[in-house]
Design a protein around this ligand. Structure first.
Ligand code: PLP
Length: 449
């Protein structure tokens, strides 16, 4: 990292990161010519890698026709085609897409739509939302209110909505008791959610919100079998909506377009972003069921929300081409195959590593969790900043991965998240695990392990 003065307000106010000047498939190229293998697609964004010719061509075609038109006056061809592509006609299914600029905006829109739906369906008392600890739903104040990371929330507590409460996440490595089977664990979580509905008053709850595979805040933690069927049942029984946040785990990352397809349920509202546009443009979307939209259509007739860049034509054109490439090149099958390879290689390299407590994930969305002691699962002291050391050691070796720190309450250890592009090759996957192995060992050595 360089020390050059920058007027850009970077994440770190002490260091200016090197400039990225180019991209080439799975590689990012820095200003000094260094090639860095993009093993996490930023934060699970670059699903097609960098500079995909079809997406560049689609962007330039759209830019030469029309870059922007306000949705108060016009729709656009790419917005209509993109919505057709990502939502379907199944009765009761997700039937409408509301295009925004990113994940937090998609979550905000979902929260407000749920609230408006209940106001217009004669249940204005449904004002409460139940979320889970250790979830991340974005950084705007509404999304942060939904998020469950205490350390993120606390500084802003006076600004956050009191309408959100949080239950235990379905994060087996940290939350399942040794004495419990997976079925017992799911039953305990379902009982806790039911108790939370009862505590709040079941007819005051608008929605339960969760990530099907928890991304950065737990490190690719899928729920145990049956969990989402259980929460869907509870929501149905109490007339509440299910909002799923697939901002990180969606759009093919786990091997199906939506991660919930693997759970045997469907949500009423969903947030997507990152892999929707693959980073070629900032775009996210809130998807909603026909039941919700039909109710509002027959009521006030409009969703009380909006942003200047809704359904931006260039962003929609880029996302449409990203999704077409995924379909045309059968990339979801490739995600399943490469995901299997990634999991096997991680297990070979770290399965017996004395400081790797868990290897978990789905498809090309995998993480390792580092622990001081495997038997007790005790995390490393967060003050050691092991995650930052791994990130730096990996970068030195030409690998960009996405590490996150442990929490002071010990409920999560340092972990490293991998989310390589769907166009990766088998050799790329081997190189990722090889370089990560070297980086983890170098980082551990730097703290005396
Ligand atoms: N939800 C999840 C699960 C995320 O991982 C993120 C971002 O990392 C968000 C919401 C917020 O998305 P954005 O950063 O695009 O606002």
């Amino acid at each position: 990292m360089g020390a050059a003065k920058s007027r850009v307000l970077h994440r770190s106010l002490r260091e200016t990161p090197p400039k990225a000047v180019g991209g080439d498939g799975v590689w990012l190229i820095a200003e000094d010519g260094k090639r860095v293998l993009d093993a996490s697609g930023g934060a699970a964004v670059s699903c097609l890698g960098h500079q995909h010719p079809r997406v560049l061509e689609a962007l330039s075609r759209q830019a030469s026709k029309l870059a922007y038109a306000h949705t108060g006056f016009f729709s656009s061809e790419p917005a209509e085609a993109l919505a057709e592509k990502i939502v379907g006609d199944e009765p009761g299914g997700l039937a409408y897409a509301y295009f925004v600029s990113g994940g937090s905006e998609a979550i905000e829109a979902g929260i407000k739509l749920a609230r408006q739906y209940f106001i217009e369906s004669g249940q204005p008392q449904r004002q409460r939302f139940i979320a889970r600890r250790q979830s991340y739903h974005g950084n705007t104040l509404g999304a942060l209110s939904a998020g469950g990371n205490a350390w993120r929330r606390e500084p802003y507590a006076p600004l956050l909505s009191q309408a959100f409460s949080h239950v235990t996440p379905a994060f087996a490595y940290r939350e399942k008791r040794d004495s419990e089977s997976e079925t017992d664990f799911v039953a305990r979580l379902a009982a806790e959610l039911e108790a939370e509905f009862q505590r709040l008053g079941p007819d005051t709850v608008a929605a339960f919100i969760a990530e099907p595979v928890v991304g950065a805040t737990a490190g690719c933690a899928p729920a145990p079998e049956g969990y989402f069927r259980a929460v869907r049942d509870i929501c149905n029984r109490h007339g509440a909506l299910l909002i799923l946040d697939e901002v990180m785990c969606g759009m093919g990352r786990t091997g199906t377009r939506h991660a919930w397809e693997q759970e045997g349920i469907a949500p009423d509202i969903q947030a997507i972003a990152k892999g929707l546009g693959g980073g070629y443009q900032p775009i996210g979307a809130m998807l909603a069921s026909d039941r919700i939209i039909d109710t509002i259509r027959q009521g006030s007739g409009s969703f009380q929300h909006g942003h200047t860049y809704l359904a931006h034509p260039l962003a929609c054109a880029a996302a449409l081409e990203v999704q077409r490439v995924i379909d045309d090149e059968n990339l979801l099958d490739r995600v399943k195959d490469l995901g299997g390879q990634l999991e096997r290689r991680l297990t070979e390299r770290f399965g017996n590593h004395r400081h790797v407590g868990d290897i978990r994930g789905r498809g090309l969305f995998q993480a390792i969790e580092l622990v001081a002691d495997r038997a007790s699962r005790e995390p490393f002291d967060p003050a050691l900043k092991l995650n930052a050391r791994i990130k730096a050691a990996a970068f030195e070796r030409g690998l960009a991965c996405y590490p996150a720190g442990g929490t002071a309450d010990g409920r999560r250890g340092d972990h490293v998240l991998l989310a390589p592009p769907y166009i990766s090759t088998s050799d790329d996957i081997d190189m990722i695990v090889d370089r990560l192995g070297q980086a983890v060992d170098a980082a551990l050595k730097s703290i005396g392990h």
